[in-house]
Design a binder for this molecule. Structure first.
Ligand code: ADP
Length: 252
């Protein structure tokens, strides 16, 4: 099935996903009838209004939620051990330095000591944190902590990178810098990325493909292939036009 090293099968597939949360005041249908394929090595953005079930879908992909209807499948071998996750909060271990936070996952992968230090330096360098290896999370800015979180996710050697609004808690300038970095990393070594955001410009700027969800219960209402060549300009007319298209679909 592979052509020139590119796997044409989807990396992950959601089929007829339904998710109902039970609560004291009644049940909430968060997702209904969600069927979508996430292509191998593509950058896919999942966009929708707050509360439409984007994080719920991501949690299902991450294996954090197993109580749902329908099916979730992956063509990636050993997906459970090769998932890189970056959330809105960096979720670093506060008692470990930046280097130790990354080293932790390399140890889990069984990378031996000497190679591990080289790899730790390489991943921190990839995200522009050379010189900050020995800093603890509390000594780093929010943007730098998010860089460590990204380095840690990449150190997993992820088959799939799941990102849940990773830049939405950062100031806009830092977020822009990190988006540029993320695209640079993706160009150098493409991963299968599923990126959740409610920011339509961010989705248009980053993704090869944008999947648009309706308000609750979350359903997929449209998909847009974004064929603007990289590198892209955040403020460009082309990105703005795709963002406008996304907004038009959201109004439906
Ligand atoms: P999004 O990521 O698009 O903002 P979520 O996936 O976080 O949306 O949530 C979808 C819907 O499910 C929301 O209405 C939310 O209130 C509800 N929900 C999420 N988690 C729970 C939970 N643990 N218990 C009850 N309702 C929940």
């Amino acid at each position: 099935m592979s052509t020139a090293g590119v796997d044409s099968r989807p990396a992950i597939t959601f089929r007829d996903i339904k998710k109902v949360f039970a609560s004291a005041t009644g049940s909430v249908t968060a997702l209904e009838n969600v069927s979508v394929d996430i292509a191998h090595k593509q950058f896919t953005a999942l966009v929708g209004p707050s509360g439409c079930g984007k994080s719920t879908l991501l949690h299902i992909a991450a294996g954090l939620d197993t109580q749902y209807g329908g099916s979730f499948m992956s063509n990636e071998l050993d997906l459970a051990h090769r998932l890189g996750c970056v959330f809105q909060a960096p979720r670093l271990l506060p008692w470990l330095s930046a280097a130790q936070n990354v080293e932790f996952v390399l140890k889990e992968r069984g990378i031996p000591g000497e190679k591990r230090s080289v790899e730790v330096r390489r991943f921190l360098e990839l995200v522009g944190l050379q010189g900050f290896e020995d800093c603890f999370p509390s000594q780093l800015s929010g943007g730098m902590q998010q860089r460590v979180s990204l380095a840690r996710a990449l150190a997993i050697d992820p088959a799939v990178l799941l990102m849940d609004e990773p830049f939405s808690a950062l100031d806009e300038l830092t977020a822009r810098r990190l988006r540029i970095e993320l695209l640079r990393l993706h160009a150098a070594q493409p991963h299968t990325v599923l990126f959740v955001t409610h920011n339509v410009t961010e989705a248009a700027y980053l993704a090869d493909r944008v999947i648009i969800m309706s308000a609750r219960p979350g359903r997929i209402v449209a998909e847009i292939a974004v064929d603007i060549p990289y590198p892209r300009e955040y403020e460009s007319v082309e990105v703005a036009a795709v963002a406008r298209k996304i907004i038009d679909h959201l109004k439906l």
